[in-house]
Design a protein. Structure first.
Length: 214
């Protein structure tokens, strides 16, 4: 049963990733934004690693100075013991000197290596930050071009008189309809005027005929 749920979960996850990939293909700007976010996250991780490397370099430096100081101190003490004829103290001081001197040399080598690695990391990190900054600027340029394309598209959709779904075409239809109404009204008015004039003439003829017969 657990394996079944695992397979179902993997299938659903794969479908979600597929849908997200399809969405990114349809919207390249969203894909670019996602890549920039991931790059910024990686930049922050690298910054933390560089800080850690810097701390290690400083720690190696402190250990080097501490060991070098103790080595110098033990060497002076060994000289004093030798001059005093204290053989055991001289031997102990020399053993201590050798131990601290060896540690100081090791810490110095580690400090130098850590410093060299830190310089390389900081140089690469600066290149990385410049690259991310360039991508941000490129995104701004692409956004500007996208805005221009969208603006032109919106203006064309409003100003295109040939499309049946656009406002200008509807205004043209209304204008044609009103012109038709005006034409029919003018025709009706002309017909009404014509009928009135004929009727008036008929009345005049009838009146004249009546006068003539009288």
């Amino acid at each position: 049963m657990a394996k079944l749920f695992t397979r179902i979960k993997e299938t659903i996850t794969a479908d979600i990733h597929q849908l997200l990939d399809q969405k990114e293909v349809k919207n390249p700007m969203a894909s670019l934004n996602k890549y920039l976010r991931q790059s910024e996250q990686e930049r922050d991780k690298v910054s933390s690693l560089i800080d850690r490397q810097r701390q290690l370099r400083d720690e190696f430096t402190r250990e080097f100075y501490k060991a070098d100081h103790l080595a110098t101190k033990r060497l002076k003490q060994a000289d004093i013991a030798e001059r005093a004829g204290e053989t055991e103290l001289h031997a102990y001081a020399m053993d201590e000197y050798e131990a601290y001197h060896t540690r100081a040399e090791r810490m110095k080598a580690s400090r130098d290596e850590a410093a060299l690695q830190l310089d390389n990391l900081e140089q690469k990190f600066e290149e990385m930050k410049h690259k991310i900054k360039d991508m941000h600027l490129k995104r701004m340029e692409l956004m500007g071009r996208e805005n221009i394309v969208r603006a032109h598209s919106q203006m064309e959709s409003v100003m295109n008189e040939n499309s049946a779904d656009q406002p200008f075409s509807r205004f043209t239809e209304i204008e044609s309809y009103i012109e038709g109404l005006e034409h029919r009204i003018n025709q009706a008015h002309a017909a009404s005027t014509f009928d009135s004039k004929i009727a008036k003439l008929e009345r005049e003829f009838e009146r004249n005929d009546s006068v003539a017969k009288a």
